[in-house]
Design a protein around this ligand. Structure first.
Ligand SMILES: NC(=O)C[C@H](N)C(=O)O
Length: 337
């Protein structure tokens, strides 16, 4: 009988990368002071015995780091392992445990390059497992539930935090310290409660199986950097980043992606030298940047990041530039993904 139930349950692989969900503090009162990336994946799984009721779960430790230190090479390594597992007949869904600081970047990267409709769910926590009211156990339980659910197929890479199912493309860490940290300008796709998913929306942008990008064809990512817009800004950072090899610069602009008059000439010059200039906005939620509003993008041959925040725009620019160096193609990709 038990063997029969096990056969019916979905096979979910948990790929652990570190972060606060694997963190440990000195006392239960330490909800914000702790070391990230301490616990191994087997301990994470053992900490939530209820996982065995909803899926056949096994774990792999892909890396053990705090997510602010994730590099492009780490992204490639993780994405390639996800692709291998997605190809495997005995894997129904994949969960990635991850630090929350760059979780939105990894989730968007996977959303662009994984050619599978199997559920891929990225999850983290705001408090370490040693803290009072730790959120990691429930977030992980929900992630496994969503990854093992047939209904989650073909909806792009997902993020489960704070009982919500979010699109990996749209979601962003908008708040720190609190457990309600992850928000999307366009709202969550659904809720997951007591291991059951409730869906309300679908993503409108191209992802996973409908993406023109495939991790199996990507072996390295071009250097793309971000420079920040603010009052009294100079062009120093932009020029320095280009000098140090940036192939594209994301302008984390004020408001509508506006650019200071002190910076415009340097960006026009850098574009002439071949660096792609991509205007995005650093407003907190929903920075929609329109082409030729604020700046004459057609004349400057610049690209706008659509609704992508600067860190997500960096991810898309890197992926896109593995295929094209043409600014018009880049702009098409920014509209479509
Ligand atoms: N809550 C967290 O996971 C934060 C941690 N610094 C990380 O991103 O790894």
């Amino acid at each position: 009988k038990e063997a029969e139930t096990r056969q019916k349950l979905a096979n979910v692989v948990i790929l652990a990368t570190g972060g606060t969900i694997a963190g440990a503090g000195a006392s239960a009162a330490n909800s914000a002071t702790y070391q990230a990336a301490k616990l191994g994946v087997d301990k994470l799984i053992a900490g939530v015995p209820e996982l065995a009721d909803i899926a056949n779960v096994r774990g792999e430790q892909v890396m053990q780091i705090a997510s602010e230190s994730i590099s492009n090479d780490d992204l490639l390594k993780l994405a390639k392992r996800v692709a291998e597992l997605a190809d495997s007949k005995d894997v129904d869904g994949i969960v990635i445990t991850h630090g929350t600081d760059t979780l939105e970047e990894t989730a968007y990267f996977l959303n662009l390059v994984e050619k599978t409709d199997k559920p891929i769910v990225v999850v983290g926590s705001m408090r370490p497992g040693t803290a009072m009211s730790a959120d990691g156990m429930l977030n992980l339980y929900n992630a496994v539930a969503v990854a093992g659910d047939q209904q989650s197929r073909g909806k792009g890479v997902l993020v489960t935090m704070n009982d919500e199912i979010q699109s990996g493309r749209d979601v962003s860490k908008a708040v720190n310290i609190k457990t309600e940290a992850f928000k999307s300008a366009w709202g969550p796709m659904g809720m997951v409660v007591e291991g059951k998913s409730y869906w309300f929306r679908l993503p409108a942008k191209r992802h996973t199986v409908n993406s023109e990008f495939d991790i199996k064809q990507i072996s390295s990512l071009p250097q793309v950097d971000i420079a920040y817009g603010y009052g009294n800004v100079t062009d120093t950072a932009y020029k320095a980043l280009a000098q140090h090899g940036a192939k594209a610069l994301i302008h984390a602009g004020t408001g509508n992606g506006s650019v200071s008059s002190r910076v415009v000439p340097a960006l026009q010059e850098l574009r002439k030298e071949g660096v792609q200039i991509i205007r995005s906005s650093h407003v907190n939620q929903g920075g929609l940047v329109l082409r030729n509003a604020e700046q004459p993008d057609d004349k400057n041959d610049w690209v706008v990041a659509h609704d992508l925040n600067p860190q997500k725009a960096r991810i898309l620019a890197m992926v896109a530039m593995t295929k094209t160096q043409d600014s018009k193609e880049l702009q098409r990709i920014f509209w479509e993904y």
